[in-house]
Design a protein around this ligand. Sequence first.
Ligand SMILES: NC(=O)C1=CN([C@@H]2O[C@H](COP(=O)(O)OP(=O)(O)OC[C@H]3O[C@@H](n4cnc5c(N)ncnc54)[C@H](O)[C@@H]3O)[C@@H](O)[C@H]2O)C=CC1
Ligand SMILES: O=C(O)CCC(=O)N[C@@H](CCC(=O)O)C(=O)O
Length: 489
Amino acid sequence: MSSSVQFIDGCWSAGNGKTFKSIDPARNQPVWSGAAADDNQVDAAVMAARKAFPEWSQRSLEERLAICKRFSELLAENKEELAQTMAEETGKPVWETRTEVGAMVGKVAISERAYNERTGTVENDMPGAKAFIRHKPHGVVAVYGPYNFPGHLPNGHIVPALIAGNTVVFKPSELTPKVAELTVKLWEKAGIPAGVLNLVQGEVETGKALSAHPQIDGLYFTGSSNTGHLLHKQFGGRPDKILALEMGGNNPLVVTNVSDIDATVHNIVQSAYITSGQRCTCARRLFIEDTEQGRAVLDRLVEVTKNIEVGDYEAEPQPFMGAMISAQAAAGMADAQSELLRLGGKSLVKLVHEDPKTGLVTPGIVDVTDVEDIPDEEYFGPLLKVYRFTSLDEAIAEANNTRYGLSAGILCDDEETYRYFFKHIRAGIVNWNKPITGASSAAPFGGIGASGNHRASAYYAADYCSYPVASVEADSMSLPESLAPGLKF
Ligand SMILES: NC(=O)C1=CN([C@@H]2O[C@H](COP(=O)(O)OP(=O)(O)OC[C@H]3O[C@@H](n4cnc5c(N)ncnc54)[C@H](O)[C@@H]3O)[C@@H](O)[C@H]2O)C=CC1
Ligand SMILES: O=C(O)CCC(=O)N[C@@H](CCC(=O)O)C(=O)O
């Protein structure tokens, strides 16, 4: 049991709310337990951030950056411990959690570039004056993180928010509290001043108390579309608060006219099954041309998928897929498969959840070509739906037939086909002959439709971390040579 789990105004304390815990989903063992922050503690965290804001926002950019850079160095120094904790809490293999810590390390330098490029100062001469564009931080912002990237994704909001001069209250996923605790301890070691970054741990009740707090100026959320929609409703009628939503997807990947079948299958596997299908960018719907070549791709995909190694995060050699986040999530995937089969889908590779006490599942493929009314849901796990098609227009129309719009891709030899696809597909990430997962921090990251609210993250996170201020400035005043009609001096 961890006794100091809340970090409020520079002090660690126990929570006063309900006890909750995290479980290692690969081994079904407890990892962490602690008590949630109650409403009073959430209030104390927000008020600490409010109190710290004037001083933090008035510091020079260099001073704020120095702390962020120290944090980045500490992440690199503590890479193994953090990667190990991520693996224990999420079930992701350590080869993968090491890349997550690597992305966190890189975030500070990228966010500094983004801050200067997207929200820096611009000066223009005008007659008798100068015009300036500058940016100011919003104030106190709440950051909500998902479980699938418990370090990298909240970090993608926290780092740019702090660089811009905001103060932060961080509410991590209740499934990954130990990763959050370790990360915030590194911020403390880096010298973050009291109140500038606060951590409130807990389940949904803690999240609700934070999002409803009248003293937050903004909320940056990465998580499910359901929760994001609830928050959007809650923020309705509050144009004074900034809300950035990064949500899920039902992402399409189209295959047509490819000469290298193994390279094609590799891109499909990386798109559909990395992180056991628990990336918001994962391919959920695979569109394959109903030709001899298309069938050859599908046959090879079935063969390769059956041989994907699934296993413990520390197994040697390392598996491609670790456990899903929980036994419950894995059971949910098996249920989703049963539902697709009940609707008329044909199983090409059966997703198997053999041990109901763990989150370990094998990847599955269901051919849903002949099924009508497939639910437009994000199945957040290693379950791929296949649609066979006869014309590219038909495939694109069906690919766009979703309320989401996060990522999309096409695998094809011909550039003209890609250009046509790019023109007609609706998504915030559109790739050609590359996996649709693994987005770069140096590019904007966000979706349309039910996937986001037009506030892209990653490189563009700088945009929602401050507001622009336009100024016209002159160091002295004089009467203009010609006065407006009707004025007498
Ligand atoms: N577009 C993107 O950038 C990404 C989106 N995701 C999406 O995240 C989801 C998986 O993450 P989860 O942790 O399951 O998301 P979630 O929506 O269940 O939880 C996210 C956070 O919101 C809090 N929360 C839940 N209900 C709340 C409420 N009513 N009021 C206030 N706070 C509440 C949770 O405690 C947690 O801290 C997937 O749907 C995935 O697609 C994940 C990564 C990236
Ligand atoms: O925010 C960034 O720096 C880049 C976004 C990113 O890393 N995306 C990853 C994971 C997002 C997810 O699916 O949870 C990706 O595109 O695979």
